[in-house]
Design a binder for this molecule. Structure first.
Ligand code: ADP
Length: 198
């Protein structure tokens, strides 16, 4: 039976990096962000629900979601963030579950930024939280060029606090050191998980 490992952490904590390192060791990775992108394809019912809640202009002339406009509106208040989650998360969870139980791998990773917030712990056997101080989150996430520091802060506000996440963890991976340090921690994690998987 596969051991299902939920990998989570705040924006910029390094969870995609951890998922990639685990994949290099042989894990199958189910990526919640990839599912989230797939379920809003043009013509989908999820996209129609988003347009109804956040405005029809979040869909462009080609029927594609305007992600940044949706993000701007959805992260504007706690209420609108909750509405976004209520539309997206049941669908993400359903698809993730289908992929996780079908995984043939010894160790399967569920890469899920909001694992703790959306109470999806029933989907996983082990919760690994990738942890860094908040200022490191901001500097690493904004250094990717995908977000401004302000956009990172906005997303951090929509996520659990560092202590809420760490309290939910079975394993905390400290990623305040170098990438080489992280690779070593992931190797040790892999060895521990492999023992559990037999
Ligand atoms: P997340 O998926 O949690 O948002 P990523 O894994 O994408 O985070 O990491 C955010 C950025 O920080 C990436 O550019 C990644 O290469 C970089 N990064 C991750 N861990 C480290 C580290 N230990 N040292 C330096 N940069 C790191």
């Amino acid at each position: 039976m596969t051991v299902i490992v939920g990998v989570t952490g705040g924006i910029g904590s390094g969870k995609s990096t951890v998922a990639r390192l685990l994949a290099e060791q042989g894990a199958v990775v189910v990526d919640a962000d990839a599912i989230a992108r797939a379920i809003v394809e043009p013509g989908s019912s999820v996209l129609a629900e988003l347009a109804q809640r956040f405005g029809s202009d979040i869909v462009d002339d080609q029927g594609q979601l305007r992600r940044s406009l949706l993000a701007e509106r959805a992260f504007a208040s706690l209420e609108s963030t909750q509405d976004l989650n209520a539309i997206m998360h049941p669908r993400i969870q359903e698809e993730a579950k289908r992929l996780l139980v079908a995984s043939p791998a010894k160790i399967t990773v569920y890469d899920m930024p909001l694992l703790v917030e959306t109470d999806q712990r029933a989907l996983v056997d082990v919760i690994v939280v990738v942890d860094v101080p908040e200022e490191v989150q901001i500097s690493r996430a904004s250094a990717t060029g995908r977000f401004s520091a302000e956009q990172v802060r906005q997303r951090m506000q929509a996520q659990a606090t560092r202590s809420e996440r760490n309290n939910a963890a079975d394993v905390i991976l400290d990623n305040s050191g170098s990438l080489a340090d992280l690779a070593l921690s992931v190797e040790q994690l892999w060895a521990a998980l492999s023992e559990q998987a037999v």
